[in-house]
Every structure is written in structure tokens, then in C-alpha cells.
Design a protein around this ligand. Structure first.
Ligand SMILES: *[C@@H]1O[C@H](CO)[C@@H](O)[C@H](O)[C@H]1NC(C)=O
Ligand SMILES: *[C@@H]1O[C@H](CO)[C@@H](O)[C@H](O)[C@H]1NC(C)=O
Ligand SMILES: *[C@@H]1O[C@H](CO)[C@@H](O)[C@H](O)[C@H]1NC(C)=O
Ligand SMILES: *[C@@H]1O[C@H](CO)[C@@H](O)[C@H](O)[C@H]1NC(C)=O
Ligand SMILES: *[C@@H]1O[C@H](CO)[C@@H](O)[C@H](O)[C@H]1NC(C)=O
Ligand SMILES: *[C@@H]1O[C@H](CO)[C@@H](O)[C@H](O)[C@H]1NC(C)=O
Length: 316
């Protein structure tokens, strides 16, 4: 006879295994090599134009990707609109805190012109988030692709899945460990979720943007030769992807409880303190890329699962 506690831990384990049987989904580098060879280049070109018009979308898109992956897995559920009888994730309270849905729609429309029905909205968001980092002076890293789009999005899924800004270190760790992500992933990605590019990323807290910045970006983009591959926009700006988050947290000036919470875990604290004084962001960039790739595999739908949406806001 099994004790009821070992029975329930067995059940919990089974539930965990079932939940994460898709974690090691077979996304791969260059999934669109044959079917839409310019897919990633098209996303990058669009992202340059999108960010030159509104650089504040860079952290928004990064957070959108994070939120998509944490709720129901990376399946584009965050992009779906509410319907008459369903409140979707994007409209969950605190609603309207994510921006940039139209940017994803715009990229999708461009890709549909070139390769109709091929590139999933989930992959577009994943690639756009990577480009948002790269175009604001962060690292460029290869992202595996081949995710397909899910068909459900429910506001009710948020509360149990997205750690709130008031989360304690234990809650944050649990949320990550539940997804087979480590404390290191937590400390590396927390800037992404909690405080983006040195601002909260809450819809109400967007930085007042340096007026000249958008103009500077625009000029830079006009000089940019569309044929050359990758050029960075190395401009001084609040939208710069750097170690600022760790500097603030180490000084005890995090914006949210969860930021401070990092200092209550010895490993997380050591990481924060090391990055806060690092001479170069190299270590963080490497770690960030690895954590993003791991996070980007959470619950991804591949092969026969899911669909390629025609429009990102609606199931086919
Ligand atoms: C796509 O091409 C890249 C670069 O040549 C290669 O590394 C990758 O493995 C290819 N992927 C697929 C699925 O063919
Ligand atoms: C879908 O949702 C987005 C963002 O919430 C909104 O801007 C857009 O108008 C919606 N589209 C339709 C057709 O309702
Ligand atoms: C936004 O959230 C509030 C609660 O915070 C809720 O009452 C309202 O219905 C939501 N709006 C939409 C459009 O989902
Ligand atoms: C949504 O997807 C699930 C899993 O792939 C599938 O079982 C279900 O039939 C789909 N629902 C609709 C309405 O397409
Ligand atoms: C969690 O990650 C480890 C190391 O990457 C891997 O060996 C293990 O199979 C993963 N477990 C689950 C449930 O995905
Ligand atoms: C972050 O923003 C705060 C004000 O919100 C500012 O005092 C601080 O210098 C900024 N830190 C970095 C590293 O940009």
C-alpha cells in the first residue's frame, strides 16, 4: 500500500512529466531554411523599422515572448484576441500592459506575402524578441524555430503562471523550477520580466523617451544598407540592453519586491553582484542567450501539433 502522501507526490510527478513532455520539443536552428529562407531576415528588417518608429517596443516584445512562454508554453497564445465568450491572455488584468501586438501583425503580414502559411506567429514573436535585444545593443544569438501556434488563450491562466511583481524568491524559484528552468535562468531572465531595460515594462511606466532618440534611430536606419546583414544601433538611450538592472538591484534599488527577492538567494545574489560590477556584459550576454533559448522551448508545439495561424490574433 502506498501512503497517501507518496501517492500524491507520484501524481504530482506524473503531472509534471505530462506537462513537460513537450519541453524538449524539436525546434531546430534554421527550420525555415527550405520553406522560407528569408524568414529571419524579413523579421529583422521589419523590426528595424518598427523600433526606429518606437524604440520602447523593444522591451515590450521581449516581455510578450516571456509571457507567452510562461503561460501555456510558447504557442502564441498571448497574441490571440478575446472573443465574445472568452477573455484572452492579452486582456487579463492587469490588462493593456503589453504593447506591440500590431508590430507582430505587421511582420506576419509581410511574411504572408512572401511565404504564405509557413511561418508561425509564435516563431515570429520569438525571432522578434531576439531582434529587439540585438537592435538595442544586446547580444545576437541563434534561436531554434519550428514552433506552431496554439488555439487557446485564457486570461484565467495568468495568475498561476506569471509570478507577480510582489513574488518572493521562493515563489520565483518555484515558478522557474516548475518549468525546468534554474535559479540562474531566473536571475538572468528576471530583468526581462520584472524590469526591462531599467524600467518596469508596466504599461503605465514607460520611460519618457529621449526626444532625439527616435530621430537618431531613423537616420541610422536610412543609412543602413538593406543588403548588409547585421548592423547594431549603438546609441546611448534608455532602451539599451545592458547591466543596468543588476547595478540597481545590487544597490537595493529594484522596483519590485521580486527584484529585491533576488538578493535573498545566495546564488542569485552572487550573480547580481558579479554583474553589477562587471567590466563587460559578455558573461551576462552569453547566459542570457542560453536562458532565452531554453525558455523559448517551453511547451513548444511541433510536428503535427498546433497550426500556422493566418492571422496572429485569430485561430484559423
Ligand atoms: C539551416 O542552415 C543553417 C546554416 O547553414 C544550419 O546551421 C542549419 O542546421 C540548417 N537547418 C536546417 C533545419 O536545415
Ligand atoms: C485584436 O487585439 C488587438 C490588441 O489587443 C487590437 O488592437 C485589435 O484591434 C484586435 N483586432 C480585432 C479585429 O478585434
Ligand atoms: C481589464 O481588467 C479589468 C480588471 O482589472 C476588467 O474588469 C476588464 O474587463 C478588463 N478589460 C478587458 C477589455 O479585458
Ligand atoms: C485545439 O487544439 C487541441 C490540441 O491540439 C485540439 O485537441 C483541439 O481540437 C483544438 N480545438 C479547436 C477548436 O480547434
Ligand atoms: C530538465 O532539464 C534537464 C537538464 O537540462 C534534463 O536532463 C531533464 O530531462 C529535464 N527535465 C524535464 C522534466 O524536462
Ligand atoms: C535607471 O533608472 C534610474 C531612474 O529610474 C536612474 O536613476 C538610473 O541611473 C538608471 N540606471 C541605469 C544603469 O541606467
Amino acid at each position: 500500500m502506498m501512503s497517501s502522501s507518496s501517492k500524491s507526490s507520484l501524481l504530482a510527478l506524473l503531472a509534471l512529466l505530462l506537462t513537460f513532455s513537450t519541453t524538449d520539443a524539436h525546434v531546430e536552428l534554421g527550420f525555415y531554411n527550405e520553406t522560407c529562407p528569408n524568414a529571419e531576415a524579413i523579421v529583422l528588417e521589419e523590426m528595424k523599422m518598427i523600433l526606429s518608429a518606437d524604440p520602447t517596443l523593444a522591451p515590450s516584445l521581449l516581455r510578450m515572448h516571456f509571457q507567452d512562454c510562461f503561460v501555456r508554453g510558447c504557442d502564441g497564445s498571448i497574441l490571440l484576441n478575446s472573443s465574445a465568450n472568452n477573455l484572452a491572455e492579452k486582456d487579463a488584468p492587469p490588462n493593456k500592459s503589453l504593447r506591440g501586438f500590431d508590430a507582430i501583425d505587421r511582420i506576419k503580414a509581410k511574411l504572408e506575402e512572401t511565404c504564405p502559411g509557413i511561418v508561425s506567429c509564435t516563431d515570429i514573436l520569438t525571432i522578434a524578441a531576439r531582434d529587439a535585444v540585438f537592435l538595442t545593443d544586446g547580444p545576437f544569438y541563434d534561436v531554434p524555430t519550428g514552433r506552431r501556434d496554439g488555439n487557446m488563450s485564457e486570461a484565467a491562466d495568468l495568475p498561476g503562471n506569471l509570478p507577480p511583481p510582489t513574488a518572493t524568491i521562493d515563489e520565483l524559484k518555484a515558478s522557474f523550477l516548475q518549468r525546468n528552468l534554474t535559479v540562474k535562468d531566473l536571475v538572468v531572465l528576471s530583468g526581462t520580466y520584472l524590469r526591462l531595460y531599467n524600467f518596469s515594462g508596466k504599461g503605465d511606466a514607460d520611460p519618457s523617451l529621449d526626444k532625439g532618440y527616435a530621430e537618431k534611430l531613423k537616420r541610422k536606419c536610412m543609412h543602413y544598407d538593406m543588403e548588409t546583414t547585421l548592423v547594431k544601433m549603438d546609441l546611448k538611450s534608455p532602451m539599451k540592453f545592458d547591466l543596468g538592472y543588476y547595478k540597481l538591484v545590487s544597490m537595493g534599488r529594484g522596483l519590485f519586491t521580486s527584484d529585491e527577492a533576488l538578493l535573498h538567494d545566495p546564488d542569485a545574489k552572487a550573480y547580481v553582484e558579479r554583474q553589477a560590477v562587471a567590466a563587460s556584459p559578455e558573461e551576462f550576454f552569453g547566459d542570457f542567450a542560453a536562458s532565452m533559448v531554453r525558455m523559448g522551448k517551453l511547451g513548444a508545439l511541433t510536428h503535427q501539433k498546433g497550426e500556422i495561424r493566418k492571422k496572429c490574433a485569430f485561430v484559423n
